[in-house]
Ligand binder design. Structure first.
Ligand SMILES: [Zn+2]
Ligand SMILES: [Zn+2]
Length: 209
């Protein structure tokens, strides 16, 4: 008996028809639209993994598009007005800037004072021998004058004075000959400016993702 005729005559599904539908259900469940429950759900949403018929898939896309505008686009525009307030760089506080200014002027003053002191010390150092020689010469002259005035000298005085004069001559020669002058070094220990003063952040904004 043909299938159509059987259904008409008995008004119940043909056993074969039942079998086929049950086999279809267990082996290959048709995707149903999550909105209208139709089995012809040909579209899946990659985001929520739901199945849709074409009509409801288009509706789903429209809803998503509206949600995007409300949740993202509108909020982004609000954010823009706030971000626009950041178009000028932020000026550090006057108090912090003045701390750096103060450090700068104090440091310049300290460096200047140190340089003045060093120039004085260096001048003292290079004149040390000169001043000593001039002083020795004065003492020698006084002694010679005294001995001569008093007419109070003997061979040993002449001998001794002669030795002193020789020593002064040798020293004088050393002093005026550039190759024989004392070697003076300006020792400069480099300043670690980064450790002398620096700025650092004590609190941070929450981490941006
Ligand atoms: Zn549907
Ligand atoms: Zn979705």
């Amino acid at each position: 008996m043909k299938l159509e005729k059987y259904i008409k005559e008995y008004s119940v599904p043909h056993p074969l028809l039942l079998d086929i539908s049950s086999i279809m259900k267990t082996s290959e469940e048709p995707n149903r639209c999550s909105i209208c429950d139709k089995t012809a759900a040909k579209c899946t949403c990659a985001g929520c993994k739901s199945y849709f018929c074409v009509k409801h898939f288009n509706e789903h896309r429209q809803q998503l598009s509206m949600k995007f505008d409300v949740d993202i686009k509108n909020v982004q525009e609000e954010l823009l007005t706030q971000i626009n307030q950041l178009d000028k760089p932020i000026t550090p506080s006057a108090e912090l800037l003045s701390q750096i200014d103060q450090w700068e002027s104090e440091t310049i003053e300290n460096v200047h004072e140190r340089a003045v002191k060093l120039r004085y010390q260096l001048t003292e150092l290079v004149n040390q021998d000169r001043n000593q020689l001039i002083n020795q010469y004065k003492i020698l002259t006084n002694e010679i004058n005294t001995l001569k005035e008093d007419d109070d000298f003997a061979e040993d005085d002449i001998e001794r004075l002669r030795t002193t004069i020789n020593q002064i001559q040798i020293s004088l020669e050393q002093l005026i000959t550039p190759s024989k002058t004392k070697f003076i070094l300006v020792e400069n220990n480099e300043i670690d400016w980064n450790h002398l003063i620096n700025v650092e952040e004590k609190t941070k904004l929450c981490e941006l993702m």
